[in-house]
Ligand binder design. Structure first.
Ligand code: GAL
Length: 345
């Protein structure tokens, strides 16, 4: 073959390659992100039976519907429950990515295992909105399309502590039931691996001390956010310290309700004060019936709205910062509010 023929053949091959490339792009959806008429979002939950998480899930589903109505953009939301197993969650995330979802929202089972999810999502170029279980900072820094939505744990704890400081100041006998000058308390803590447990405990107690409440710690233990584990611990403590417990400080509402269950079962009718955090529907019901004295409600609607707005903006190629005000370009902390049984009745 002559040199000229070679050049012509090479040029023709190049044109065919470019044309084929364009066709593949068209087949991939063709339209630009901004012109999309539908988005697909995967949501991976650490446990669907956790009442706080379940509440966020319902709010997310409501938000997806109202977003569809408001914008005309169709939303497909695929929710997966890992039932507390990180391997299960990894496969669920793999599935979301292989289906080419536009964004994924992940509530890690094990927050220290986030690098698996991050590596895969980066390879697939699919943004991740983590929520409630926070990956470590080094992981979060790895990519600009990683976000975290949660709560300020110190704020929850200070609000919780102040509910009790206010009570003590207005009516010391409301906490110091036997009038011996000390408030004898027990403490129920969430999972030790959860970023918020320790901070909630530390700042709740610190706030009580700073507020001048004379404290005596009887005992404490980890009940992993769980109502029945909390109830079992409380039952033991009631045997160990009969009619001595005056206050039960809990890292969340479920454990607070578990403590109330145990008191009820034990027939202890003293007005023992129990406080939680979350403001779940179950927690609010507990406040109304007087089982719980106080809680710190997380604005679950705002929580879900923000998760969804970030996912939708990323899916449609919009500037996320125009929709949601983020700290360091990736963090959002939801509003919280203290509630007592008086405020909801
Ligand atoms: C906490 C919440 C707990 C539990 C936990 C799960 O923020 O207070 O009730 O849901 O998250 O990670």
């Amino acid at each position: 073959m002559k040199k000229r023929t070679h050049i012509w053949l090479a040029a023709a091959a190049a044109v065919i390659a470019v044309l084929a490339g364009t066709m593949i792009m068209k087949n991939n959806g063709g339209e630009k992100k901004e012109d999309k008429k539908s988005i697909r979002v995967g949501v991976a939950l650490y446990r669907g039976d956790d009442p706080f998480i379940n509440n966020i899930r319902s709010k997310l589903e409501e938000k997806a519907k109202s977003y569809e109505k408001g914008t005309g953009v169709k939303v497909v939301m695929d929710v997966a429950d890992a039932k507390g197993n990180q391997n299960t969650q990894n496969s669920q995330v793999d599935r979301f990515l292989s289906l080419g979802y536009d964004a994924i929202c992940v509530n890690m089972v094990d927050r220290s295992a986030a690098s698996y999810v991050i590596n895969k999502a980066m390879d697939a170029d699919i943004p991740v909105i983590f929520f409630n279980r926070e990956p470590v900072e080094e992981d979060m820094k790895r990519w600009e399309k990683l976000y975290y939505v949660g709560e300020d744990a110190k704020e929850s704890a200070v609000l919780q502590g102040n509910i009790l400081v206010d009570l003590y100041r207005s009516n010391p006998d409301g906490l110091d039931l036997d009038g011996n000058g000390k408030v004898s308390y027990v403490l129920l803590e969430g999972e030790s691996s959860h970023q918020d447990s320790l901070i909630r405990t530390e700042w709740s107690i610190q706030t009580l001390k700073d507020g001048g409440v004379p404290l005596e710690k009887l005992t404490g233990g980890i009940a992993n956010w769980d109502r029945s584990q909390a109830s079992a611990l409380m039952e033991q403590w009631m045997e160990e310290f009969p009619r001595e417990i005056e206050l039960v400080i809990c890292n969340n509402d479920e454990m607070a309700l578990g403590a109330a269950d145990a008191l009820e079962r034990g027939g202890d009718t003293r007005p023992v004060k129990i406080v939680g955090i979350d403001g779940t529907p179950q927690g609010l019901e507990g406040l109304k019936t007087g089982k719980l004295f106080g809680t710190v409600q997380c604005d679950s609607e705002e929580y879900a709205d923000v998760i969804f707005e970030i996912a939708a903006a990323e899916s449609l190629g919009q500037n996320v910062q125009d929709k949601v005000e983020l700290k360091q370009g990736k963090y959002y902390q939801c509003s919280q509010m203290a509630l007592t049984s008086d405020s909801v009745r």
